[in-house]
Design a protein around this ligand. Structure first.
Ligand code: ADE
Length: 244
């Protein structure tokens, strides 16, 4: 997979050199480049914003630099443009799974009151464009949202987590956890400060362990995420699961 990120704060993406994503880049599993939007400005002050038409507070990102940046970064290669925005569609694990199957993702990080809407309109003539929100709160720009999405997507790429770890038991993972959060986890010692690990986990009976984990996931979901219980298809939860 190739990921390009366009931002006026390229330094924001230094964490993508670290840990699993950094290793995946070094190993050639992931090709990633961060671009400074200001390199596509042509005035002395490298201006990227201007006052909004119609008035009101704040500034809007000018279309010119964005148009040139996208022309150059996307080129002739097929790509999908992601624009992080609090007004976008919500980002879910299913989106991370879907986007992990793409060849080329371009993230366009807006600042201020956002990017002139004609940029997405024009880009959509050449490639799929998605406006995506990572949650119902407002950040200072798309950079931290891009970090979140890139991490959620790239950890699903083959070879990034290593074979000891699997995604199928993750909260929200397709293949059984779609409407559930993961339950509690434990490691050694079996007793710590008077707290014991649930005996079923020491039993060696994988069938019992799987059933217990599912049950715990159901209970935790009911407790912490009533919205998921509400929206899950009929039969995902039974009444016993909801007695918390
Ligand atoms: N930019 C500002 N707030 C955002 C959010 N909640 N999600 C994605 N991008 C954003």
């Amino acid at each position: 997979m190739r990921i390009d990120i366009i931002s006026i704060f390229p330094d924001y993406f230094a964490p993508l050199e670290l840990s699993l994503i950094g290793k995946a880049r070094t190993a050639g599993l992931l090709e990633m480049q961060v671009h400074d939007l200001r390199s596509w400005t042509h005035d002395r002050h490298n201006t990227v914003d201007d006052t909004p038409y119609g008035g009101g507070p704040g500034m809007v990102m000018k279309p010119g630099p964005w148009g040139e940046a996208l022309d150059e970064v996307v080129g002739e290669r097929p790509a999908r443009l992601i624009v992080p925005s609090p007004s976008g569609r919500p980002f879910r694990q299913a989106d991370a799974e879907r986007l992990a199957g793409e060849e080329h993702l371009v993230f366009g990080c807006g600042r201020y009151e956002g990017i002139d809407s004609r940029v997405a309109e024009e880009a959509a003539r050449h490639m799929p464009v998605e406006e995506i929100s990572i949650g119902d709160y407002v950040l200072n720009g798309g950079e931290s949202a891009t970090l979140v999405m890139v991490e959620a997507i790239t950890r699903l790429l083959p070879g990034v987590l290593g074979n000891r770890e699997s995604h199928v038991q993750d909260s929200f993972a397709s293949g059984g956890m779609e409407h559930l959060v993961e339950g509690p986890v434990y490691t050694k010692p079996a007793e710590w400060r008077g707290h014991e690990v649930p005996p079923v986990l020491l039993s060696g009976n994988h069938g019992h362990v799987d059933r217990w984990r599912r049950d715990q996931a159901l209970r935790k979901t009911a407790r912490n995420r009533p919205d998921l219980v509400e929206s899950a298809p009929e039969g995902t939860f039974d009444r016993r699961d909801l007695e918390v």
